[in-house]
Write a protein that binds this ligand. Structure first.
Ligand code: ANZ
Ligand code: ZN
Length: 814
């Protein structure tokens, strides 16, 4: 018997699979297709265990689908633009391109050690001109379709990364940079945006997708839809102040207005005697984050502007305040304050002694009184103190008031979203150039498509100046205007790298193609992505951007269908052994290369699938992997070491063995379908124990044994592809196990065994029942007494005792 040498076996088969191209995915109209996509890595230098955890179970699932008869494409690539390359350039004085491509060469080898079924012909690297040419092309299409625009406005700026960030890249209550953790500041800049908000409503529709509930909720909240009304108030000078409210039914209770400190009318509305106070307040508001400002329980601050507005529904004259709990970035940046029914307005009114007028009286509450109430009442209810609307029941109030507002021309129904347009300009070098030209005569001019790609120059200086390095380049930005031939300048910002990853699933379709971003034949065959796997941390970034991209592309006639990715599954994370996040500084990082060298890729794969529920993750456990290693070695000897007693097992042994085999097959099939990898492995481990018993009892060499070995190896093939191929070949089966179909369950064999019990009353046979062989005495009695025959015979006679002869009979003594 050969010894199990993982290193040798794994190298050998990886080479042979590559030579034989067995995982190359080609269009095959005779087979159902399956596009399995897993999030591509950033070439940071090394694969970590988290990559293995995300990718190898996805590979197991893709392999399983392949054995189910699908034509499976499972591609891999590198999300290769981005800040770390540039930071490495500054720190180690190495060109970002060299840093990136060296890392890719190393990481590609590491990926190959997984033994995954990647089709490497389809590899994409987003920093290659062949790829980013199309990233630029997509920018131009968005621009032509009015989905990209430039705007001067305050933007979030990371002082450490020296670049602007999209709203999605600013995280947490302290509003820090998603990459480096530095709190962001505001800067006024001219930047490019994509009109993601145009798709806000459509992005809320998940009806044709199988995506985790959690991701749907995160996206839904991020998009933040509110239905309400826009109502226009006028200042005493006649300046219109439009407000957004979700409660138009409370209009008669508006006792003051509040505008954001950044509101354009602040200075106009501030009367001379309030200027100093207002100016000081506006200044301090700049230092607060939106999240702090919006918190309901925060001490309210604000200043009176000196001006008044007229409530259009009743002509009431109400003071206009300036307060930072109203955000400029939401709605119109101005609100009507209804303290009786809104929590924050109430706190504000009590603090500054403003009037509180009740206009909604919920049915089940005692009569509310604005002067004495100690908290606001946000519930709906019958309108009171509301002139002609008084008496309107709560469930009719919204519609009735809004119709009336529309009739009077005071306001109208509106829907508001929290989603903002996507800011894509970055003041960094290592990204796809924004293909735009600024001409003194023609203004903003797109680079003609035939001139793509706009190539990044090689010779750049990386001084962290806050300006794009491309701007500091002596010649790169100089260009002649494609319209008029005048001296013009290129845009020197580059694109957010999330732009590159918004369409990479299309890049895989035909990376060699150069007349269109993809080969239409490949698109029509493979798209949409059937299963997408990756981390949930992308829920409100990449996973929204890529959906937006698809929908925009569809409206431009480039893409097809409603969604780019039908099904999504998220893995959890592997924590350090100390239950902390893995990081170099904590010294708790697990190196997959070392594990592969010590145990082999199959063991690492099996352990990663076994040690946690995939979607939850768990802390690493270095002794735990020994268990998976033992399982692999036991499988090896189970099938390859001959037994002392062969082909002499009794029928019972063989029947029980086959029952366990087919029951396991059933469970493993179900669990692979559901991404329940841990029970796939534990099921195989249990079955191994059963097979070892059978081998001791002489099953080895029988036709039932051979069936068991054959099915066992095929079940193992997706999770541990190398050892299953090796044993398969040593047992003399034809190459390759990975071209076999998934085994079929023999339902008859999988059935639990049943026995017949005789039921007697006072020693006379009255009935028979069929029950599982391992039924308990108690359960047998209960079933016996419940049969129709026995029930009517016993009726309400007293049962003296019940005698059970296990597996034979039950005698009821009356
Ligand atoms: C009057 C009112 C009465 C309101 C009431 C609520 C309850 P959502 O659901 O999040 O969309 N609002 C509007 N714009 C705002 C801004 N820029 N900053 C802070 N608050 C703003 O919230 C909409 C409600 O939040 C709006 O409805 C408005 O207050 C406030 F009993 O108008 B409401
Ligand atoms: Zn021009």
């Amino acid at each position: 018997v050969p010894v199990y040498n993982s290193g040798k076996i794994e190298k050998k088969w990886q080479q042979k699979w590559a030579d034989d191209k067995i995982f190359e995915a080609n269009i095959d109209p005779n087979k159902p297709k399956h596009y399995a996509l897993t999030m591509l890595p950033y070439p940071s230098g090394n694969l970590h265990i988290g990559h293995w955890y995300a990718i190898t179970p996805s590979d197991a699932h893709a392999r399983y689908m392949r054995m189910r008869g699908y034509n499976v494409m499972f591609p891999m690539g590198f999300d290769a633009f981005g800040l770390p390359a540039e930071n490495a350039a500054i720190k180690h004085n190495i060109h970002p391109s060299k840093w990136t491509f060296d890392n890719i060469d190393h990481m590609r080898d590491q990926l190959k050690s997984m033994g995954a079924m990647f089709d490497w012909r389809r590899e994409i690297i987003s920093a290659k001109p062949e790829y980013y040419r199309w990233t630029e092309w997509f920018f131009l299409q968005l621009y032509k379709n009015n989905l990209a625009y430039r705007k001067f406005s305050p933007v979030d700026w990371c002082p450490t990364c020296n670049t602007t960030l999209a709203r999605e890249q600013v995280w947490g209550d302290d509003r820090h940079c998603e990459r480096c953790g530095t709190p962001v500041i505001k800067k006024d800049l001219n930047q490019w945006y994509f009109r993601t908000t145009k798709y806000a409503e459509e992005l809320l529709d998940f009806s044709e997708m199988d995506w985790p509930e959690r991701v749907q909720t995160l996206q839904t909240n991020w998009i933040g839809k509110s239905e309400g009304a826009s109502v226009t108030f006028l200042s005493e000078d006649g300046d219109p102040l439009e407000v957004f409210t979700t409660r138009p039914d409370t209009l008669w209770g508006a006792t003051f207005m509040v505008i954001a400190p950044e509101h354009p009318l602040v200075s106009k509305l501030t009367t001379p005697d309030h200027i100093a106070e207002v100016a000081a307040y506006v200044e301090q508001a700049k230092r607060q984050s939106d999240i702090q400002r919006e918190a309901a329980d925060r001490e309210k601050t604000g200043v009176f502007s000196g001006s008044y507005a007229i409530n259009p529904v009743n002509q009431a004259k109400i003071p206009i305040w300036i307060a930072d709990y109203v955000l400029m970035g939401y709605g119109t940046g101005a609100i009507m304050a209804v303290p009786a029914h809104d929590e924050r307005d109430f706190a504000f009114a009590r603090k500054f002694n403003l009037k509180v007028i009740v206009v909604v009286q919920p049915e089940n509450m005692e009569l509310l009184d604005g002067d004495t109430m100690t908290q606001s009442v946000p519930a709906h209810g019958t309108l009171v103190n509301s002139d002609l609307m008084t008496g309107t029941p709560g469930d009719k109030a919204f519609d009735r008031v809004v119709s009336w507002l529309e009739e009077k021309g005071i306001g109208h129904r509106t829907v508001n979203y929290r989603l903002r347009d996507w800011l894509i300009s970055r003041q960094r070098y290592w990204g796809a150039p924004i293909p735009m030209i600024y001409c003194p005569n023609c203004g903003v001019v797109p680079v003609p498509e035939k001139d793509l790609p706009v190539l990044l120059p090689e010779d750049v200086e990386w001084k962290p100046t806050g300006e794009s390095p491309l701007k500091l380049h002596p010649t790169w930005k100089k260009v002649t205007c494609p319209c008029c031939g005048a001296d013009a300048e290129r845009e020197t910002d580059t694109m957010d790298t999330f732009m590159c990853s918004s369409w990479y699933h299309l890049g895989y379709l035909s990376p060699y193609f150069n007349t269109w971003p993809f080969d239409q034949k490949e698109y029509d065959y493979w798209m949409p992505v059937d299963i997408y796997t990756g981390g949930i941390e992308h829920a409100t970034m990449h996973l929204i951007y890529t959906r937006f991209f698809h929908k925009a592309g569809r409206d431009m006639g480039i893409m097809k269908g409603k969604e780019p990715m039908l099904m999504l599954r998220n893995q959890g994370s592997v924590l350090g052994e100390d239950n902390e996040k893995m990081s170099k500084s904590r010294g708790n990082v697990v190196d997959p290369d070392k594990l592969v060298a010590q145990y082999g890729a199959d063991t690492v794969r099996a352990y990663l699938m076994f040690f946690a529920r995939w979607e939850l993750g768990a802390p690493w456990n270095s002794s735990g992997i020994e268990g998976s290693s033992r399982w692999i070695r036991r499988v090896w000897s189970l099938f390859l070491e001959p037994a002392d007693r062969q082909n002499c097992a009794n029928e019972d042994t063989l029947r029980i063995m086959r029952r366990k085999l087919h029951q396991t097959l059933k469970a493993v099939t179900r669990d692979l379908e559901n991404f329940q990898f841990n029970t796939v492995i534990s099921g195989l481990m249990e079955l191994l124990n059963e097979l070892m018993k059978a081998k001791q009892n002489g099953a080895f060499g029988s036709k039932e044994w051979n069936e068991a070995a054959n099915i066992y190896l095929r079940m193992m093939a997706p999770v541990t592809p190398h050892i299953s191929e090796e044993i398969w070949s040593l047992l003399g089966y034809p190459y390759s196990i990975h071209n076999q179909l998934w085994p079929e369950v023999d339902e008859e064999a999988a059935k639990e065994e049943e026995i017949t019990l005789v039921i007697q009353i006072n020693g006379k046979v009255r009935d028979r029942i069929t029950v599982p062989a391992d039924i308990s005495d108690e359960d047998a009695k209960t079933i016996a007494l419940a049969t129709e025959q026995i029930h009517s015979a016993v009726q309400n006679k007293e049962i003296k005792k019940i005698i059970v002869v296990p597996k034979k009979l039950i005698n009821i003594v009356l």
